[in-house]
Design a protein around this ligand. Structure first.
Ligand SMILES: *Cc1c(COP(=O)(O)O)cnc(C)c1O
Length: 397
């Protein structure tokens, strides 16, 4: 089908392949060609494609009960919230259908906290340039990226951005109307940049001193992707509110925001809600997925293969100094910052049956299923090596 025959709103530019089946880290197109998937639906298929444990959870639930809405208690929500709380800073959880909705709820919770404390003037949300928090009005205003904001009407008041890593600009932006700071512990879309752990600790100290809240956007960095359940756990500090999605559902669309009891004090009966969020299907898969992610051997595996991947990417940087500027990210959320546009490299890799992503700042992005093996990583890195080599040869570099 050519693009002009399509009835899909043309906001994406997908390649021609149509994928019809997946298993583990592999995905097949409708011609029967097999690809190694190193992007996993943008860090979503944490346990790989169609993992039997999630198939079972989904189909068993599908035979019982799909949806009741939040007019009624959903047993799976209580179970999954208890697990999230057991393993995190949080006391309460609200389930959503997507990352954007989790961000939306997190931002509302932060402002409502200050209102509940008698400080309704505290509305300002400080974000970072190059961040990505989703596509709702609040989310695009929080990230401040002009290409997502322009033409959609006036910017919302109460959102400020400071340059990534600029501590002085951040301190200057904080004031008596600051409500919260929102940050991805590892920036995903913006270029796969990990925030140094020391910076996260400084942010926590600043927030405590100035009386604003910290929201971690772990939609991409969470769910075990960096080798701990939540990426911020490497730093030893905790946020007041956290948004999660992507990997937590292993491919079923779901997310959540988590908060301490204190940070959530304004979110009382009637002020927020959702029809679909936390429905029995999502909760069946979410519980089964979390149980797998929470096994110590799973994080052990992620750390082992991530170490291997990190070293292999450093090797690529050494072998292709004219093309690779930097190795970025953490765990199994990695980027190669290139001197060139990464899209042709991504396309050439697809021709070699390896799927990768790209991110801002000329970054080739890898976010494979967490269950990827060392041999599969080797295969992917060898393909990148060959493609970079061919590009250099062609460019006469
Ligand atoms: C993907 C993403 C979002 C938005 O999630 P959706 O499920 O696409 O709405 C928000 N924040 C980060 C860091 C993301 O990577």
């Amino acid at each position: 089908m050519s693009a002009s025959d399509s009835h899909i709103l043309p906001v994406y530019s997908p390649p021609e392949q149509i994928f019809v089946r997946g298993e583990g880290c592999w995905i097949w197109d409708d011609k029967g060609d097999k690809y190694l998937d190193c992007i996993a639906g943008i860090a979503v298929n944490a346990l790989g494609h169609a993992p039997p444990v999630l198939q079972k959870a989904l189909t068993e639930q599908a035979a019982k009960l799909w949806h009741t809405s939040n007019m009624f208690k959903v047993k799976g929500q209580e179970e999954l919230a208890a697990k999230y709380v057991r393993d995190s800073f949080a006391d309460v959880v609200f389930f959503t259908n997507s990352g954007t909705e989790a961000i939306e709820g997190a931002l509302k919770t932060a402002r409502k906290y200050h209102t509940a404390n008698g400080n309704p003037e505290r509305i300002d949300i400080i974000g970072f340039q190059g961040s990505f928090h989703g596509r709702s009005y609040a989310a695009i205003n929080a990230s401040g990226n002009p290409s997502y904001l322009d033409g959609f009407g006036p910017r919302l008041p109460g959102f400020v951005q400071v340059p990534f890593g600029d501590h002085d600009a951040l301190k200057a932006a904080v004031g008596p109307t600051t409500a919260a700071l929102i940050i991805e512990p590892v920036q995903g879309e913006g270029g796969v940049r990990a925030v140094p752990e020391s910076c996260l600790r400084e942010l926590r100290a600043l927030a405590d001193k100035e009386g604003f809240l910290i929201i971690f956007d772990e939609v991409q960095s969470g769910a075990g992707r960096t080798g701990k359940m939540w990426a911020h756990q490497w730093s030893g500090i905790t946020p007041d509110i956290m948004a999660v999605a992507k990997g937590v559902g292993g491919g079923f669309p779901m997310g959540a925001f988590l908060a301490t009891k204190d940070a959530a004090k304004g979110m009382v009966r009637g002020v927020h809600g959702t029809t679909f969020g936390g429905n029995p299907l999502a909760m069946a898969v979410g519980n089964a997925c979390y149980d797998e992610l929470a096994k110590p051997e799973m994080m052990h595996h992620v750390n082992t293969v991530a170490n291997h991947l990190g070293q292999a990417l450093e090797g690529l940087k050494d072998r292709h100094p004219n093309l690779v500027v930097d190795v970025r990210g953490k765990g199994l959320l990695r980027g190669l910052k290139l001197k060139i546009d990464p899209k042709p490299i991504q396309g050439a890799l697809r021709d070699r049956k390896v799927l990768v992503g790209v991110a801002g700042d000329n970054v080739l992005r890898l976010a494979p299923p967490l269950v990827i093996s060392e041999a599969e990583i080797r295969q992917a890195v060898d393909a990148i090596d060959a493609v970079l080599g061919a590009h250099a040869a062609q460019a006469g570099a």
